[in-house]
Design a protein around this ligand. Sequence first.
Ligand SMILES: [Zn+2]
Length: 500
Amino acid sequence: MKNQDLVDYLRSCGVCEVCQLRYLKARGSEYKDIKETLRRLDIKVNENEENVGDIVFPEEQPTKKARLSTCSTCLGLFSEEFQRELLQGILTSDFAKYDCQKIVLAISLPMVLQLRQLAMWFALQKRFGASVDGTNPPDVPIKEAVKLILHPIICEKLAKEYDANGLMINIDVTHSLEAGEVEKLVGLNREAFPAKAAHQKRIEISRGLLEKQYQPAKVKAEIFEKYYQIPCAGVEEPLKLVSIDLQGPLVCVAGRYRKLSRELSHTPWILNGQRLMEDSIEEIIIRNVGPHFAEKLEKINFMSSGREDVDVRCLGKGRPFVLEIPNAIRSSLTTEQAYKMEQAVDGSGKVSILNLQVVPREELTHIKTGEEQKKKFYRALCALKEPVTVEILQKLQIPESFDIQQKTPIRVLHRRPLHTRPRTIYSVKAKVQRGNPQALVIDIVTQAGTYIKELVHGEFGRTTPSFASIIGQAIDIQALDVVGIDLDWPPEVDNSPSVE
Ligand SMILES: [Zn+2]
């Protein structure tokens, strides 16, 4: 099959130049200058042809020639008119609201387009015989062509870059023939793929089914032709744009927080419909960071690498956290903006944040995985009934790691199942608190997930060994701070303005 013969035949069927190139299996940039590519492929180009799809119908209805300008296979999807309409539609949508540099088009196309590709496939087989394969489509599929042709054009006109994770422009397209053609497909489907048994459920018609099951190798041309014309008839009406919906990207903003208050919950603390604490770390961070990125703050998901109890502070470098922000209207954050947010959170007096930055979505795994393996660093203020002795102090200097068995504490049994878990304590180091001979300051390194309060007092033997069992007397915990978290993420960034 010669290229010229193929193109001549396609032209006689009312196929536009872009689609002619699709049937010549053109790749990427070859769609940029269509006439040039056709010439390079030794195709005689009609220089007077103004628009793609300006079709000559030699024998049929010559008077209608001017009106029949819709491509019979793409129904005008690749025409300049459609591009204009699409662009116009995007610009009159909420597009301006989104401050995102990257976009992706998601076009939902009617099935009539797929049926037309199929009809043309049959037609080419009929015309050119065995040189047209029955299982591999003879053209570059429409979906791929959208990526090769429409994407670059729209990106260029909007001055945006293509990115599969960018602002998603959902485009719904239909055609006046759709309903009628799909109805015929029901009949065809029954005949081409009869149910093997009466009780068997018929497979529902879908785009996926068309893609997988409908090809000349699986459906006989005679059966197809009973329902559809081969090649398909020309049409006047082009595709119709139904709607354009925008969906902003998922933006992830990471940082580290320090919890400075012993009266602050991690997330809103609500019991039996009543708020027990007026604020939370989650809310303070979201209300100061969220509005820059999204309109609906309630959709923002706050995650952190572990958490501390209401009365526990988190000091040192702080605890890594991430905000997952869906449908973001903005995906960038300057250091000035980040610094302002850090200052605003600090202003709460209860939480402070630093290293605030936008991070790639893939890096969320740092927060989500390996939690159990991580080390946690604590400082506990503990009290004895009597003054600390040298013997007690020595017993609480444990440089080597040891294992404990810990039953789920009674205080969390309402939300955690009862289990006995082994936990590793990596080191313990105690010293007497200055000015208080009955108090100990104990630095503890543990495996994540260890309940520290119970490790100290033992909770009636539910945690063994415990500091109480090690020293052989009662010991109580009065205050606890997290002083370090074993996660080197997100990277350190200094958002504060440099001192000149
Ligand atoms: Zn076309």
